[in-house]
Design a protein around this ligand. Structure first.
Ligand code: HEC
Ligand code: HEC
Ligand code: HEC
Length: 354
């Protein structure tokens, strides 16, 4: 007997299969217990599917420079705060309760080698569905993700001492115990390029920044992780303590009193002019009109140059605008009027103004 394939039969078969699937799901026979794990074949199939998906998506959507090795202090601290509970870390075991998940989070000292930098970037930025691997908590901070790629990349060679040194000593019981690992005992950010100097900053500004991180108005997965878990009173007291430390401050000249040598680059001279007078032709106001000492705006004189440049760039970019989307604050508008090639000279000039 030959069976002729007709449209009617094909459709009837598909409907039959769908009904059988529904019946199976409804019956409750399928075991979703995490304790039962996956069959080896399911495990292989899911991981194979994930690998293919990551490979394809990373090829199209990861940036061309997916890794930033310029400083791993904040990435290590964030890893300790947000990742080690599932993945463990050099010298640190993962929490047993997290390892009882299906699938359990892999040991990255082994698995990191399986991925290219672009693929790691994609996994960290987007997470992995159905596994518990979370996406980066904010989607507009590729700079944070790129630093984490550098950290994960290092894990296969990282010893426990190096990890401890990166994460920093926390002195339990102290108000600032949750901060000093990244910001240092002196609030100077342990020399890390992405961590601002807090000492000498206005306490109201530090306090407002903490509230903005906690509410998501200011984008940073690293600081959000810390700020969301702070009591309002601790926010105020830590802001006061850091602010009282020696650090930034100094005068931003209303007129360029900082001597600009003729030998200095044209960039420095123009930076001095932008700070003191702005660029009226570009409707760029003088930085000093708001940021000079004694005004109700954040202190930027003496701040770390790389951090200043980083923030200006985040506001500058069309695609990766950080704060502008969430508020109508003035600074993003101002930052976008700064000519791209002036960001670095301005940051260096401001950092040296003290
Ligand atoms: C709730 C637990 C959990 C947390 C928290 C978590 N992960 Fe994961 N992660 C997983 C699981 C589970 C996988 C496995 C996904 C898979 O293989 O399909 C994974 C996979 C990964 C991978 C890919 C490795 C591989 O071969 O599968 C990287 C890289 C990674 N995580 C890094 C991180 C970083 C960095 C953080 C912190 C920002 C983090 N994870 C936070 C559970 C977690
Ligand atoms: C894991 C590292 C890490 C820890 C822990 C950490 N910070 Fe931060 N902090 C950062 C980084 C990185 C930034 C810059 C974030 C950005 O780009 O907006 C920052 C920024 C800040 C700012 C904004 C300063 C400015 O000039 O705009 C404040 C305020 C702050 N941190 C306070 C704290 C306090 C208080 C604690 C402890 C309760 C703490 N931080 C713990 C890494 C950390
Ligand atoms: C009209 C007032 C105003 C002017 C003019 C101004 N700013 Fe700002 N600036 C602000 C405000 C307000 C903030 C705080 C923004 C926030 O945290 O969302 C800020 C923040 C900053 C920060 C981040 C400080 C930190 O600790 O994170 C930098 C860097 C900065 N401004 C640089 C500049 C530069 C460079 C100029 C000159 C080209 C300038 N600003 C001109 C109002 C101004």
């Amino acid at each position: 007997m030959t069976i002729r394939i007709t449209w009617a039969r094909a459709i009837a078969t598909l409907v039959g299969l769908a009904l059988a699937g529904l019946l199976f799901a409804w019956s409750g026979v399928f075991n979703i217990a995490a304790s039962s794990g996956h069959w080896a074949i399911t495990d292989w199939f899911l991981h194979w599917t994930m690998r293919n998906s990551v490979r394809t998506h990373a090829a199209f959507s990861s940036p061309d420079d997916p890794i930033d090795r310029s400083g791993m202090v904040s990435a290590a601290g964030h890893f300790a705060n947000a990742c080690s509970v599932c993945h463990g870390a050099p010298g640190v075991k993962p929490a047993p309760v997290m390892q009882a998940a299906t699938p359990p989070a892999p040991n990255l000292a082994i698995n990191a080698r399986e991925w290219t930098d672009k693929q790691l970037f994609w996994i960290l930025q987007h997470g992995v569905k159905y596994t518990g691997m979370p996406a980066w908590a904010v989607q507009d901070r590729p700079d944070e993700v790129r630093r984490m790629v550098a950290f994960v990349r290092r894990l296969p060679e990282m010893r426990a001492e190096e990890y401890k040194q990166l994460v920093g000593e926390a002195q339990p019981g102290r108000d600032l115990a949750a901060c000093t690992g990244c910001h240092g005992d002196d609030g100077r950010g342990r020399g890390a390029v992405d961590i601002p100097i807090l000492g000498g900053q206005r306490p109201e500004y530090l306090h407002a920044a903490l509230r903005a991180y906690a509410s998501g108005r200011r984008s940073s997965a690293v600081m959000q992780q810390v700020a969301m878990r702070m009591e309002p009173a601790t926010m105020a007291s830590t802001a006061r303590q850091f602010s009282a430390m020696p650090g930034i401050g100094g005068t931003l000249p209303a007129l360029p009193t900082q001597r600009v040598q003729p030998a200095q680059s044209a960039g420095t001279a123009l930076a001095a002019r932008i700070v003191a007078q702005g660029l009226p032709a570009k409707q760029l106001p003088a930085c000093a009109s708001c940021h000079a000492a004694g005004k109700p705006y954040p202190v930027i004189a003496g701040q770390r140059a790389a951090y200043i440049a980083g923030r200006l760039r985040q506001w500058h970019g069309d695609k990766n605008v950080v704060d502008a989307r969430k508020s109508h604050a003035t600074m993003p508008v101002i930052a976008r009027r700064i000519p791209e090639e002036m960001i670095e000279p301005l940051a260096r000039y401001l950092a040296a103004a003290r």
